[in-house]
Design a binder for this molecule. Structure first.
Ligand code: NAP
Length: 328
């Protein structure tokens, strides 16, 4: 297959948390391995300059990369540019197009709140070259209807092959290692099945607390944040049949088979809780520090799935439980 690498990387949400904690450090490692040498354009509405973006990237390196190498940071910073403007304004995209110059296959990474996905996609569709690509982070929609609507808007503007719906969690080494652990170990593979495994428990334990993300959790909730993406992906990795090839589509097909064979979760099999101290969290929580949230607030609830019977048979339960001590 012919490679058509992207010739520019556009980061929407360049001032945000995802870029700061995850994307800039990941880009640093690509630059260090000389795999990334294209213009990187941050877009946000903070009124920043290119120098302020460079400073943000340098701070991110200092905080999230162990022993960053000065020469690599310098090369990374030399690739940066910045466009300031609101995503709802067409002028922001006209300005971006100017900065992109002759780029034919710019990759647009949407590290932005889901509420502005569609407006950004529509503007990109109206201003970008035909080879433009788009990356969307989870959560993909708020529910089935909004996920379908988002898909519709994307497909109206971009061909399927230029759309990347990603879940960064799948890039974690421990998650990637699950398939090797299961299928590349000849002593393990024959016994990792319903005849020898009584149950699987998936615990997603985070060291991090709210970190000022109260507003996000009030709007999305922890279930949408991690359950139907990270945890179901891990569940699929743990239970799928060996894919027919190592290609992405073969893996996707096997995941779909597992997910289709899960029985619908009944309310009596669901236990929900909230992080201890959630309502006293500072930073972003409506009402501020010390305020009590609404009784029905979604909060940092942890996975509701206490028990998923699935095609492995009734004896084999797959559980997604929080550490009990985290509840109140
Ligand atoms: N943070 C994570 O670890 C993480 C993990 C997985 C997925 N995600 C997903 O990634 C996305 C971004 O998350 P985040 O935590 O980085 O959010 P965030 O910290 O709130 O950052 C959002 C960014 O979007 C910008 N923005 C929002 N509305 C805008 C508008 N109308 N015009 C111009 N800029 C606008 C913000 O600029 P201002 O600062 O100027 O408002 C900011 O740069 C979300 O969809 C989230 O669900 C995040």
């Amino acid at each position: 297959m012919q490679r058509c690498d992207s010739d520019a990387l556009v980061l929407f949400g360049a001032t945000g948390d995802l870029c700061y904690r995850k994307i800039y450090p990941a880009l640093y490692h690509l630059v260090r391995r000389r795999l990334l040498n294209i213009p990187i354009i941050g877009v946000a509405r903070a009124g920043w300059t290119r120098e302020q973006l460079a400073k943000r990237v340098q701070d991110s390196m200092a905080q999230f990369v162990s022993n960053p190498d000065g020469e690599t940071v310098e090369r990374f910073v030399s690739l940066l540019d910045y466009v300031d403007g609101d995503y709802r304004e067409r002028s922001t995209f006209d300005q971006l197009r100017k900065v992109l110059g002759n780029a034919e296959r710019p990759l647009h990474y949407l590290a932005i709140p889901p509420s502005v996905f569609s407006v950004v996609i529509e503007h990109l569709g109206g201003t970008m070259p035909r080879g433009a690509r788009v990356v969307i982070e989870k959560p993909f929609g708020r529910d089935l209807a909004s996920a379908r609507e988002l898909n519709r808007i994307l497909l109206k503007r971009f061909p399927e092959s230029n759309i990347f719906r990603i879940d960064h969690y799948l890039g974690k080494e421990a998650v990637q290692g699950l398939l090797y652990f299961r299928f590349a170990n000849s002593f393990l593979e024959p016994v990792f099945n319903r005849n020898y495994v009584a149950s699987i428990q998936i615990t997603m334990a985070e060291k991090m607390g709210m970190n000022g993300r109260g507003k996000f959790y009030e709007e999305a909730g922890a279930i949408r944040d991690v359950l139907q993406n990270h945890i179901l992906q891990i569940l699929a990795f743990l239970t799928l049949e060996p894919p027919v090839s190592s290609g992405g589509e073969a893996l996707r097909d096997e995941k779909v088979k597992v997910l289709k064979s899960i029985r619908p979760v009944k309310p009596e099999n669901v236990v929900r809780g909230q992080f201890r101290g959630y309502r006293r969290e500072d930073g972003g929580y409506p009402g501020g520090h010390g305020a009590r949230g609404p009784a029905g607030g979604r909060g940092k609830y942890w996975p509701p799935v206490r028990r998923i019977d699935q095609a492995y048979g009734d004896r084999n339960l797959v559980c997604a439980c929080p550490p009990p001590a985290a509840f109140e």
